[in-house]
Design a protein around this ligand. Structure first.
Ligand SMILES: [Zn+2]
Length: 393
C-alpha cells in the first residue's frame, strides 16, 4: 500500500469513496456489487476497483452469494472481515463495567462484564476496565487488527462521583495503550449519546435523521441527533436534560438547582414516591413497575406521576428539536412502557401539532446493549473515515 497522504483531488475522492463503501458494508453487512453500484451512485468498474483495494487491505472479502438459485451470473457479494478487523467497546456504568470485542460490521466477538469497584477513586475502575480488555486480547487471533476503542460513560458516574472526562480519558488511555497501541483511543462519549448513535445506525431509529434517545439510571441524559449529526456541545456535555428545570418549586437536585427533570422522573424520585428502598438500583425500579402493573396503588400512583413528568419534558424536547423518533432507554424504558398514556397525553396537549405529528415513541431495539454498540461505532470511526490509512498495521 502506498503511504499516500497526498491530497490530490482524485486521491481525496477515492478516499471518500472507500470510506462510503466500507461504511455501507459495515452497517448493512454483506452486499452485492450491483447494490453498491446503485446505492453509492458509482459505476461498476469504480466499485470493482474500490472493493479490490479494501480486499487487499484485509478489510473485506468477496465471493459468490450463498443462494445461487437464480438464472444468470450472480453479482459478487462484498462482506466485512468481521473476525479480522475489530474494535473494543467499553461501557462505564454506575454499578457495572462492560467490555466487548466487536468485529467490523458490528458483530460481537467476545464480551466481559464486571461490577464497578466501589468508592470515589477512579483508579480501580480504570484498572478493572483495562483488565477486561487484556483478558479478551489474550483470545484474539494473532492476525486480527485492532482499529480503535470507544467508551460510553454514564453521566451519573461523571456527576455523582465527580469524575471529569479530562482526567478519565488520559488515564484510561494510559492504562490501555501499552496493550493496544497509540492510535487505539479510547474515544469517549456519553451513554445516551452513544446509545443514540447505535439506535440511529442499526436499531429503532435507522433511517431517521432527527432522533432523541433518553437514558435513565440515577440521572437522566439525552443523546440528540439533528440533521443526521450528533449534538454533543462544546465540551461533549450537551444533552444534560436531567437538569432541565421543569418544576421550580420542586425538590432540591444533586446539582444544586431545584426541580430538575431528574428530581421528578429519576429512579431515586420514583422509588421514593413508591415507598421503596434503593437497594439495587435497576432491580428496585423494575420491581416498582411490576408492583404498579399488579395493582399496588402507591406504586401505580408513583409511576403515573413520574410518567406525567416524563411526558412534560419530552413535549418540550419535541418542540425544540422536532425529532421523528424518541427512544426511551435504561430505567425510562420501563417507565414509558407502564405510563405510555400519560406520556402521550402530555405530548398531545403540550407539543405543537407540527412537531408532535411526526414523532414515533420507541423502546431501544438494541436493548441494554445500545451504549456498548454505540461505543463500538466510535471505535470504528477513524477506519470508516479513511479505511486504507487507518487499517495499516
Ligand atoms: Zn439538577
Amino acid at each position: 500500500m502506498s503511504s499516500s497522504t497526498s491530497s490530490s483531488p482524485q486521491e481525496s475522492v477515492r478516499r471518500q469513496n472507500l470510506g462510503a463503501l466500507l461504511r455501507y458494508i459495515h452497517v448493512r453487512g454483506a452486499t452485492s456489487r450491483a447494490e453498491l453500484t446503485s446505492r453509492l451512485g458509482l459505476n461498476r468498474s469504480t466499485i470493482g476497483a474500490l472493493t479490490a483495494d479494501l480486499a487487499t487491505a484485509g478489510l473485506v472479502d468477496e465471493g459468490v452469494p450463498h443462494e445461487t438459485g437464480r438464472a444468470g451470473r450472480p453479482s459478487i457479494v462484498v462482506r466485512p472481515r468481521s473476525s479480522r478487523v475489530y474494535g473494543y467497546a467499553l461501557s462505564l456504568e454506575l454499578d457495572r463495567l462492560r467490555a466487548a470485542r466487536v468485529g467490523l460490521g458490528g458483530k460481537v466477538l467476545d464480551g466481559r462484564t464486571a461490577q464497578r469497584p466501589p468508592g470515589p477513586d477512579p483508579a480501580p475502575t480504570i484498572a478493572a476496565l483495562a483488565a477486561l480488555v487484556a483478558d479478551m486480547q489474550r483470545t484474539a487471533p494473532a492476525d486480527a487488527v485492532l482499529v480503535g476503542s470507544g467508551l460510553a460513560v454514564s453521566g451519573s458516574v461523571r456527576h455523582h462521583l465527580g469524575w471529569a472526562d479530562d482526567t478519565l480519558e488520559p488515564e484510561l488511555a494510559g492504562a490501555l495503550q501499552p496493550r493496544l497501541g497509540q492510535s487505539a483511543g479510547p474515544f469517549l462519549g456519553g451513554i445516551a449519546d452513544l446509545a443514540a448513535l447505535a439506535e440511529h445506525t442499526r436499531g429503532a431509529a435507522t433511517g431517521a435523521d432527527n432522533v432523541i434517545y433518553l437514558h435513565g439510571d440515577a440521572g437522566i441524559s439525552a443523546g440528540i441527533i439533528a440533521g443526521g449529526r450528533r449534538i454533543t456541545g462544546f465540551g461533549g456535555h450537551g444533552g444534560e436534560v436531567g437538569h432541565m428545570v421543569v418544576n421550580p418549586g420542586g425538590r432540591l437536585c444533586g446539582c444544586g438547582s431545584r426541580g430538575c427533570w431528574e428530581t421528578e422522573i429519576g429512579e431515586r424520585a420514583l422509588l421514593h414516591l413508591a415507598g421503596r428502598a434503593i437497594a439495587t438500583p435497576g432491580a428496585a425500579m423494575t420491581a416498582a413497575m411490576h408492583a404498579a402493573q399488579d395493582g399496588d396503588e402507591l406504586a401505580r400512583d408513583a409511576v403515573l406521576h413520574a410518567a406525567d413528568w416524563l411526558g412534560f419534558g419530552v413535549a418540550n424536547l419535541v418542540n425544540i428539536f422536532n425529532p421523528t423518533v424518541v427512544v426511551f432507554g435504561g430505567t425510562l424504558r420501563e417507565l414509558f412502557l407502564t405510563g405510555a398514556d400519560q406520556v402521550r397525553h402530555r405530548l398531545y396537549t403540550m407539543a405543537l401539532p407540527a412537531c408532535r405529528e411526526h414523532v414515533a415513541l420507541h423502546t431501544p431495539q438494541l436493548g441494554d446493549d445500545a451504549p456498548l454498540v454505540g461505543a463500538a461505532e466510535l471505535a470504528f470511526e477513524s477506519l470508516l473515515s479513511d479505511p486504507l490509512y487507518a487499517a495499516k498495521p
